[in-house]
Design a protein around this ligand. Structure first.
Ligand SMILES: [Zn+2]
Length: 109
């Protein structure tokens, strides 16, 4: 019996958990996924496929995925969490907010 089947049987659900992460590390390994395609957070390569294990441009492995619209992509999240249990989903708003703060700080010096 597959893990994915068990997950359904046990009615696994996504619940957001707050974790204390090193943003520099997260920023090196995140696939930001919008409506139709992804962007590599490291090199900003466009049109990265959701199933890409690493960036086709800079080769960074994707350890994190940030969906812009979780509700819309929930079936994809369920599939990915079955197929690639090592991938962690992070909150897109959190990611963008911290990225923006870092950018502002670097401009201010
Ligand atoms: Zn890249």
């Amino acid at each position: 019996m597959s893990l994915c089947y068990n997950a359904r049987l046990m009615s696994k659900q996504f619940i957001r958990v707050y974790r204390n992460l090193f943003f520099d590390e997260v920023k090196q390994h995140t696939l930001e996924y919008g409506a139709l395609s992804g962007v590599c957070s490291k090199c900003k390569e466009f049109n990265v496929k959701l199933d890409a294990l690493k960036c086709p441009q800079c080769n960074t492995p994707f350890k994190y995925i940030a969906f812009q619209n979780v509700r819309e992509h929930l079936p994809k999240m369920i599939r990915i969490s079955c197929e690639r249990p090592e991938v962690q989903f992070i909150d897109y708003q959190d990611f963008k907010r911290i990225e923006g703060e870092q950018k502002a700080r670097s401009i201010l010096g």
